[in-house]
Design a protein around this ligand. Structure first.
Ligand code: FES
Length: 128
């Protein structure tokens, strides 16, 4: 039922854990199943003075798809500018995982939504 890529990221997730003193944190829960995802980002300026996600980690309490999509979104967002990272969609994540079973597509919302929340959190803190 799961692709090889999903199983790889579920059994050996990338970037799992916490960032101390993060630039932004996003937490989203799935009302249907009660699963939760938290994403931490560290933002730095690159040589062109663009704001880039230099580090990203996740903590997820959820199903295999939720873990795999968390892991994949951290890979997709790392070293991207905030603008590029905020354009990552749930379909991008599902495609990078070589597909998710249709009944599991809702799980990929958590990843894209919590990344956007983390970026929003960073932007809010920056204004203060
Ligand atoms: Fe809850 Fe997948 S069943 S996130």
């Amino acid at each position: 039922m799961y692709s090889k890529k999903v199983l790889e990221h579920f059994t050996r997730p990338h970037n799992q854990g916490v960032i101390k003193n993060p630039s932004g944190v996003g937490m989203v829960g799935n009302p249907t199943c009660g699963d939760m995802m938290k994403i931490y980002i560290k933002v730095k300026k690159d040589v062109k003075k663009r704001e880039v996600i230099s580090d990203i980690k996740f903590e997820t309490l959820g199903c295999a798809s939720a873990i795999a999509t968390s892991s994949m979104i951290t890979d997709l967002a790392k070293n991207k500018t905030l603008e590029e990272a905020s354009k990552i969609t749930r379909n991008d994540v599902a495609e990078a995982l070589e597909g998710l079973p249709p009944i599991k597509m809702h799980c990929s919302n958590l990843a894209a939504d919590s990344l956007r929340e983390a970026i929003k959190d960073y932007q809010k803190k920056k204004k203060q």
